[in-house]
Design a protein around this ligand. Structure first.
Ligand SMILES: [Zn+2]
Length: 459
């Protein structure tokens, strides 16, 4: 039967499967995928050899967990070796499992540290990804007739062309403006095309709130947006950020989603800004999610409230299938049922294992610092940088934070504010930072991923 706009689910069968049903479906697909990975990637073959196994030996989830983890560093290294040896980065030593004439799209990481990591997709992978994007967008209420403007970087990233294709596949209208051309251009196209929904990073969204009046003569609350999807970096799960964005965008739904994610996808059910229950894991039929202890890399049980480093295994994937692939994102799992009827787990992104700082034995995530700082808006602008003399995680106290005071705040106010903030930080984050105050708008705004940490290595 054809899909109706009133349908609640994009794919009712998968979205309401019981935990046992989904696990059985995953395991069936997993067995085929492991054989495929073994036969088409020397790196994956070596993983089985390290464990003294063949894919046929994987008869239980326990067997599966004996396969060694794959990391981004290995993907990058094999990609570079392939280029040196063969003149292209898709050789059999990498995790790319198909010949070059099967690859129809390349995505990449931002490559802020060295060469970007490449992801090769076949038409099969693109088709799956389109379905997964549409499923997620449908879930939050996007339907044909809605225009969805992309205010994310368009080039090479999963929030660019892949998202455009996913929006189109859902039947909605993609407006692929991109943030690369600057804030004014995004705002001009909002004025011209009147989108219903906006994809952007949380920090770019906050910047739009700040600049809208100045750039186009009206407030962001007057743009008529019904949804704002802040993706690409943590923020939409932060209650303070949600409240600021919901108010600033005139009551738009603030809805957390994964930006691209290949076959790892999630979206938050519509909730008021004061509530955040995490994102539904919407792609369990194409991705196995595991939680690992970041130090020992042993599995952590996926029980309600569990926190660990995520590892992904893609299913029915051809190009660069991830196999027990971990790259440092820490998730918290929730198994509490949701009123919407979707089964399966929900998750929150807690931070990145490699962003964690240790100050006098206390584990501190930049996101926790942001959360605390945002409670003081508008006396602070909300923009700040954590300054480290050398890369973490160990920090010699005090932790230095360069922070903008709010418009109209002056000397005496700053002293009082600092005192209040110190008290709050001591109570909630359990550290005593040293604040370095700077004027509003003196910290550069970034349209791509905003780095909360700046390393000021002494020469
Ligand atoms: Zn739900």
């Amino acid at each position: 039967m054809a899909r109706q706009v009133t349908d609640k689910y994009w794919d009712p069968k998968v979205e309401t499967m019981s935990a046992d049903e989904i696990a059985a479906l995953q395991f069936e697909r997993l067995k085929k995928q492991l054989v495929y990975n073994y036969n088409n990637s020397l790196l994956y073959k070596s993983k089985f050899e390290q464990a003294g196994m063949k894919p046929e030996d994987v008869r239980s989830w326990e067997d599966f967990r004996r396969i060694p983890i794959t990391g981004k560093d290995e993907q990058k290294r094999t990609q570079e070796e392939s280029t040196a040896e063969l003149g292209h980065p898709f050789g059999p030593g990498t995790i790319t499992c198909v010949p070059q004439d099967k690859i129809v799209r390349l995505n990449s990481t931002s490559g802020t540290t060295g060469t970007p990591t490449l992801y090769a997709l076949t038409q099969n992978d693109v088709n799956i990804m389109n379905e997964l994007h549409a499923r997620r967008l449908w879930m939050v209420g996007i339907r044909p007739g809605h225009r969805v403007l992309q205010g994310l970087s368009l080039s090479m990233f999963t929030g660019g062309l892949p998202l455009s294709q996913g929006i189109m596949h859902s039947g909605a209208c993609a407006v692929p403006v991109g943030a690369d051309g600057g804030t004014k251009r995004v705002l001009d196209f909002i004025e011209i095309t009147r989108p219903h929904a906006l994809f952007t990073t949380p920090s770019f969204a906050q910047y739009v709130l700040e600049q809208c009046k100045k750039l186009i003569g009206k407030e962001a609350s007057e743009l008529g947006l019904q949804w704002v999807f802040p993706v690409g970096e943590p923020g939409a799960g932060n209650i303070e950020v949600r409240k600021i964005l919901a108010k600033g965008f005139g009551g738009a739904h603030i809805c957390d989603q994964t930006g691209g994610g290949h076959s790892f996808q999630g979206a938050e059910c519509l909730e008021p800004p004061e509530v955040y229950s995490g994102m539904h894991f919407t792609s369990a039929d194409h991705c196995i999610l595991e939680l690992l202890d970041p130090k020992t890399r042993k599995n952590i049980d996926m029980v309600d409230g569990a926190v660990g480093e995520m590892a992904m295994t893609f299913l029915e994937w051809e190009g660069t299938p991830f196999q027990r692939y971990a790259y440092g994102d820490l998730l918290q799992i929730s198994t509490t049922p949701c009123n919407c009827g979707r089964t399966g787990i929900r998750f929150k992104i807690v931070g990145r294992a490699d962003d964690m700082l240790i100050v006098k034995g206390v584990n501190v995530f930049p996101e926790a610092i942001k959360k605390e700082i945002l409670k003081f808006v508008p006396r602070v602008t909300g923009f700040f940088k954590i300054l480290l003399d050398k890369p973490g995680p160990s920090v010699t106290p005090p932790l230095k934070i360069r922070i903008e005071y709010g418009q109209g705040i002056e000397g005496k106010d700053i002293a009082a504010l600092e005192e209040e903030m110190n008290k709050a930080f001591k109570e909630t984050v359990r550290i005593n930072p040293k604040f370095i105050w700077v004027a509003p708008e003196s910290i550069p705004r970034e349209t791509k991923k905003t780095k909360l940490i700046e390393i000021t290595e002494a020469a």
